[in-house]
Design a binder for this molecule. Sequence first.
Ligand code: FAD
Length: 285
Amino acid sequence: MSAREFAYYVPASLQDAFALLADEEAKPLAGGMSLIPMMKLRLAAPGKLVDLRRIPALRAISEQDGMLHIGAMTTHYELESSPAVRLSCPLLAAAAASIGDVQVRNAGTLGGSVAHADPSADYPAALLALEATVLLASAKGEREMAFSDFLVDTFSTAMEPGELVTAIRVPVEEKGTGVHYQKHPQPASGFPMVGVAARIRLENGKIAFARIGVTGLTGKAYRAAGVEERLSGAAATPETIEKAASAVTDGTTPSADIHCSSEYRAHLAGVAAARAIRAAVAAAQ
Ligand code: FAD
């Protein structure tokens, strides 16, 4: 099947993009890794495509006040290979490196993935564990919100019509914090059947801080509060980690699909959580 006919625009500035996106027939185009297949299947049929790739403001990576500011059009490959990101936010670099294959990572973008809000995307686990924020802008102005508020549901975000994701902000990781992203990929697509991101800070041999993000398990990525509670303040022993990891599905019903049953997905989540926490603890030591 081929896409419906559309007009194609390549603005050179955010202001020009906002003007084009004021038309409700218009849709932003990042790397096209999700939008183009959807258009070919006629699941999306925008009358106008507004290609964001020539807007320099959407590509910058910079560090300010302990935060890393990453432009929305930064590709997965740029994230996994950027020395600044690998050093300051290794969890995001690891999530980026785990996506699909090199062709997808060269074209797909952080902003496009976040805006698409696929329940099986890799970034949401890391962005929740990182307590990231999303910068949004339109002709009406700018705003910033927690990623946890931005992500509303399956393929649904808090973006208003005409709004663009312009950047993501993540904290520069402090010394003593270990991170790990553990993914069980679906072999054909590479999408996670389950992905768990762990951020652990150790102080005097105890876990001072634990942030656990989970993706692929339900319609929307989430923070595993039960796991975090069991880890916080505890000694990082194998028993503590196993017990905490078993709470990863608390309060959720893992989805079932053609790839695995709900029970099997829950099992994978427990295994992935334990591996992610163990590796994050080792990295923190
Ligand atoms: P596009 O496809 O161009 O856009 C996606 C959506 O976001 C569209 O609705 C578009 O209008 C909107 N949009 C884009 N940019 C913005 C913006 N700045 N502001 C507002 N709206 C915007 N993902 C994973 O997480 N893990 C995987 O393992 C994985 N494997 C893949 C394997 C294959 C074969 C393919 C084709 C994709 C895979 N993906 C995977 C998806 C990939 O990560 C895409 O990069 C991601 O879905 C977003 O694509 P994109 O950046 O090209 O955005």
